[in-house]
Design a protein around this ligand. Sequence first.
Ligand code: BGC
Length: 336
Amino acid sequence: MREFCIRWSKRFFICSAAVLFLFCAGCGSAANRGKSTVRIGVGLYRSDDTFINNLRRELEQYAKEYEQESGTKIVLDIQAAKGNQSVQNRQVDRFVSLDCDVLCVNPVDRMAVSSIIDKAMAADIPLVFFNRQPSTEDMNRWDRLCYVGVDAKETAVLQGQIVADHYREHPEQLDPNGDGVVSYVLLEGETSHQDSLIRTEWSVKTILDKGVPLERLTGGIGNWERSQASALMEQWLGQYGKKIELVLSNNDDMALGALDAMERAGITGICVVGIDATDPGLAAVREGKMIGTVSADKAGYAKTIFDTAVELSEKGSTAKEKYYWCRQEILTGVEN
Ligand code: BGC
């Protein structure tokens, strides 16, 4: 029988050790106390990213619940930028002209957010960035600026743990050719994304540190996308065939792309591990197609973005930390 196994990360709510950023009470000038409507401008980097769309759904759901419970009308104006920073900048101009009370932005280019910060500061509209982390320098420019995300190193260590645990329990599945080494291919997200760089480094390091012998066959940039990962995997299957024993993927969508290529090639028996616990990723774990995934608590993630935004808009300040790291957990399908 397959049982869905959930292990909470030891590091619940690990918030930035450095900054317990209590925002100054003096910035209440722009506060929105007692307003019966809160207008939130939400900027997404793209409209077709599975993880971001899962987050969007949670945000919309939570906004509805909040509206019903509080009696405050919530207007969520959600715009996606087609992966283009200039488009997103124009969307932010529009949010400002519509007199939004707060902005929640998932930047296209996390290193090019200074003009968004300029616009928000000039209009005195607080700003919550999420998922794509701006530089510390940018984040420190204003006290009405927060970031919500996941700790990328923690994600990677959890992914590494999934592989190490699986190797301990089923070495024959991770090393079917029995040569004593797990031969893997690596699917990486966007090069400019903090999560790709850190996930790749720490996932491999964790697996090695936990005593699993690893050999890298090849790797490539799938930019978080299922179709790009599928094309890469198709190529690698042609090159290495069943020599590939493990697909380490920076996210679930690319892991699913690898599975698509395996299905087309009629190849089974390669272990695949992802990150995100998106709906289709989770389904693949449940069906035993993936050995596991790392889940960010998406409901908590969306709630934190929303609560921080509303608090900033209503009170002009928040007692929350400047950085908030959502809790994560390992999800695996375990044979009993
Ligand atoms: C997620 C990816 C997603 C990316 C978007 C990452 O944290 O794991 O699935 O595509 O964020 O920025």
